[in-house]
Design a protein around this ligand. Structure first.
Ligand code: TPP
Ligand code: MG
Length: 328
């Protein structure tokens, strides 16, 4: 039965499941990080789960997605193997990049997750190229490009949106605006009265803005926006406001550094995507039980994935130089 949001209970539960999976996988990474077994930097998305949770229900494995340094949530949303992701973070040979890439180099081609990169802006033209491939093959798929608010400041972003409009490519730009680039606020980086999505609109893309924290509220609109890009094979840009709770890079919070107002963090914590979806769904005992079941399933996946990573072997020394660029 559909509700005021237009979503069935089943759809809501599925969105919640992805949200819960992202939240708990990342919380577990944060909890275990100090043990020193994960030796690569990690950029966690705790607080930012709403958007990838919604998209998990709209995209299919034949759609492509590329991402940034903060890629765990996007990889999980696309159905990427959690075992291989955790093993990658542990630097093990069973990881999705053979243990040589780490947290920022996630890939699962079987699910259309084509890669993530540590270089800000770097994956944007790759996603546009994937959109061109879709267009040339005349298939009805999408290429989704996740980017942060700072990637909008790179030159390649403008080249990419220009090309996607020029060639009318089925590319979906998902800008997660969490107001910060490391420690620097958006206010110090971009003109105060210029909204990102409006600036992009002027380049000729259909362009939208939503508060990312409540996926139930915008899911149906988002579905329609992407459906139009799929049907007409054309680009669109969606800016979502969102907020990361922890430090830019690492498992801890860094509120002691005072680079963000405490009020701001509290405001966003009130809108916590995971806690609020859970609260909305735990309406009665029957639904409470459904949520319990989902979370039990999520914890099982997480336990098995960490165990898999811990038990896996490191890459062999003799394979050190394989699959990496080297001078001839
Ligand atoms: C080309 C480039 N410049 C600078 C950096 C250093 N750097 C890493 S992440 C980051 C901030 C990116 O901010 P944003 O795109 O908003 O993503 P967020 O971290 O907020 O998710 C910066 C400047 C980099 N990795 N690559
Ligand atoms: Mg940012």
């Amino acid at each position: 039965m559909a509700t005021t949001t237009g979503l069935s209970l089943n759809q809501k539960l599925k969105i919640f499941e992805t949200c819960s999976l992202i939240r708990h996988v990342e919380s577990e990474i944060s909890r275990r990080y100090e043990k020193g077994k994960m030796r690569c930097p990690v950029h966690l998305s705790i607080g930012q789960e709403g958007v990838p949770a919604a998209l998990s229900l709209i995209l299919n494995p034949k759609d492509y997605a590329v991402s940034t340094h903060r890629a765990h949530a996007h990889f999980i949303s696309k159905g990427g193997s959690i075992k291989k992701m955790i093993a990658e973070i542990y630097g093990k040979s069973t990881g999705c990049s053979g243990g040589k890439g780490g947290s920022m180099h996630l890939v699962d081609k079987s699910k259309g997750f084509m890669g993530s990169s540590s270089i800000v802006g770097n994956s944007i033209p790759i996603g546009v190229g994937l959109g061109l491939a879709i267009k040339l093959k005349k298939s009805k798929n999408l290429s989704v490009i996740y980017l942060g608010d700072a990637a909008v400041e790179t030159g390649v972003f403008f080249e990419s949106i220009n090309f996607s409009v020029l060639k009318n490519l089925p590319v979906v730009f998902i800008c997660e605006n969490n107001l910060y680039s490391v420690y620097t606020s958006l206010k110090s980086r971009q003109p105060r009265n210029r909204k990102i999505y409006k600036m992009v609109k002027a380049h000729g893309l259909r362009s939208y803005f939503f508060d990312g924290s409540n996926p139930f509220s915008y899911f149906k609109k988002l579905e329609k926006i992407l459906e139009k890009s799929r049907r007409k094979s054309e680009p669109c840009f969606i800016e979502f406001s969102t907020y990361r709770y922890l430090e830019h890079c690492g498992p801890f919070n860094d509120d002691n550094l005072d680079y963000r107002p405490k009020k701001e963090l509290l405001k966003w914590k009130k809108k916590d995507p995971y806690l609020n979806l859970k609260k909305k769904l735990e309406k009665n005992n029957q639904q409470k039980n459904l949520i319990k079941k989902i979370e039990k399933k999520v914890y099982k996946i997480i336990d098995e994935s960490f165990l898999f990573a811990e038990k896996s072997n490191f890459p062999l020394k003799r394979n050190l130089a394989s699959n990496v660029y080297k001078k001839k």
